[in-house]
Design a protein around this ligand. Structure first.
Ligand code: NAP
Length: 266
């Protein structure tokens, strides 16, 4: 079994008590990482589960990262309560979808502030802390949405494109201090974020996934451990692991399972 070496490290994760963030929190807790889980309302049930997994080494931080003050306060509280932050996972996001003729400044800036600006402010504070300690590892949660446009989703997709460039810039700025920065790119997962999608669209989406199913948030955990671990990923920075069942390969015209069987028939 591979030893990630993450046992005893401290991690601040945003949105770590629901969906994909919870999948990552669970995997880190199992590695023996001490967690600070930050969001507007960390889910009590998930916090209790994480506490069980990591022997009580988890704290909840109430923070709204969509404002600069909220993001800065979150980082300061994590450092103060855990003593230091070794790992940072930027995972929080929300979506306000509107077509271009109806887009409001409120929806646009809510999206950019919650998903992109939040990562700038939190990373600024985390970077100062990690540079002083000459160590650290940062993981930014992105999305396969950055590969293609979608109706009504300009703001959300712009925010995810922006996060990719932010991650790459952080990677070159922080590398001289031994701090690695990487991206984790999920495809489609049934979570609160995607709960409003109609069954019709879900079926169309599933038809574009070579593995023929949506992801389970726990399937993001191992990749997060790999990228955050200096032991397992010592020479990996500024890059990405995509966990999407092959969704990013679209617009691939998929054959049916029967047709694939026939192709491979002896
Ligand atoms: N689900 C998918 O198909 C999918 C695909 C690709 C990428 N992703 C990405 O995966 C990440 C997690 O999303 P998810 O799908 O797991 O959805 P989710 O369960 O809704 O998670 C979003 C998290 O962000 C937190 N959050 C939202 N606004 C916040 C704010 N202003 N301040 C602090 N925390 C805030 C939420 O907690 P509170 O409500 O308590 O604040 C929640 O825990 C996001 O970056 C998303 O873009 C998801």
């Amino acid at each position: 079994m591979l030893d990630s070496g993450l046992g005893g490290k401290t991690c601040l994760i945003t949105g770590g008590s629901t969906g994909i963030g919870l999948g990552i929190s669970r995997a880190l807790a199992r590695e023996g990482v001490q967690l600070a889980v930050a969001s507007r309302n960390p889910e009590p049930e998930a916090m209790a589960e994480l506490s069980q997994l990591c022997g009580g080494n988890v704290i909840a931080i109430k923070a709204d990262v969509s404002s600069e003050d909220g993001a800065v306060g979150m980082v300061n509280e994590a450092i103060e309560r855990m003593g230091r932050v070794d790992l940072f996972v930027n995972n929080s996001a929300r979506a306000w979808h509107q077509p271009i003729t109806k887009i409001t400044s409120e929806a646009f800036y809510n999206t950019i502030n919650t998903n992109l600006a939040s990562c700038v402010w939190a990373s600024r504070e985390i970077s100062k802390h990690m540079i002083a300690r000459r160590s650290g590892s940062i993981l930014v949660v992105n999305s396969t949405v950055r590969y293609v446009p979608a109706y009504r989703e300009s703001s959300y997709r712009i925010s995810k494109m922006g996060l990719k460039m932010l991650m790459e810039t952080l990677a070159i700025e922080l590398a001289p201090f031994g701090i690695r920065v990487n991206l984790l790119t999920p495809g489609h997962y049934p979570t609160r974020l995607t709960a409003g999608i109609s069954a019709y669209i879900e079926d169309k989406l599933k038809a574009q996934i070579p593995l023929r199913r949506f992801g389970n948030p726990d399937e993001c955990g191992a990749a997060a451990v790999l990228l955050l671990s200096d032991r397992l990923s010592s020479y990996t920075t500024g890059t990405d692991i995509t966990i999407d069942g092959g969704l990013a390969l679209r617009p691939l015209s998929l054959l049916s399972d029967d047709e694939i069987q026939k192709l491979n028939a002896p």
